[in-house]
Ligand binder design. Sequence first.
Ligand SMILES: N=c1c2ncn([C@@H]3O[C@H](COP(=O)(O)OP(=O)(O)OP(=O)(O)O)[C@@H](O)[C@H]3O)c2ncn1[C@@H]1O[C@H](COP(=O)(O)O)[C@@H](O)[C@H]1O
Length: 106
Amino acid sequence: MTDTLERLAEVLEARKQADPDSSYVAGLYARGLDTILKKVGEEATETVIAAKGGSSEQLVYETADLWFHTLVMLAHQGLGPAAVLSELERRFGLSGLDEKAARQQK
Ligand SMILES: N=c1c2ncn([C@@H]3O[C@H](COP(=O)(O)OP(=O)(O)OP(=O)(O)O)[C@@H](O)[C@H]3O)c2ncn1[C@@H]1O[C@H](COP(=O)(O)O)[C@@H](O)[C@H]1O
């Protein structure tokens, strides 16, 4: 499963050298961070709408669009899925409530 994210991240990295006219991802990079962030926002909204009223198929489809665009955002910023996955790994076994309480004590 994580292999899929890594394979996609490799493609996204390679697209930094691609022609924007022949690659959707290269086109996003060429238009810059604000365009990528706008797509992330749009896909997040579409995911919420699908979760509220759509079919399971629509929810999976929109979530895939959202994950994909967040991976483009990370790649643009010099990051990849490994950084996010290791943060999630770090959180294993740490209750969200305990984590929030620790933050509020700081
Ligand atoms: N996983 C994806 C992927 N998911 C979604 N999309 C594109 O993301 C866009 C989603 O935007 P919308 O749903 O808003 O549709 P749209 O109206 O066409 O979008 P815009 O015109 O507003 O940009 C669509 O154009 C989809 O084709 C993706 N485009 C590419 N990939 C992966 O990225 C790789 C590289 O893609 P290219 O750079 O195009 O070769 C591909 O081989 C795939 O593995």
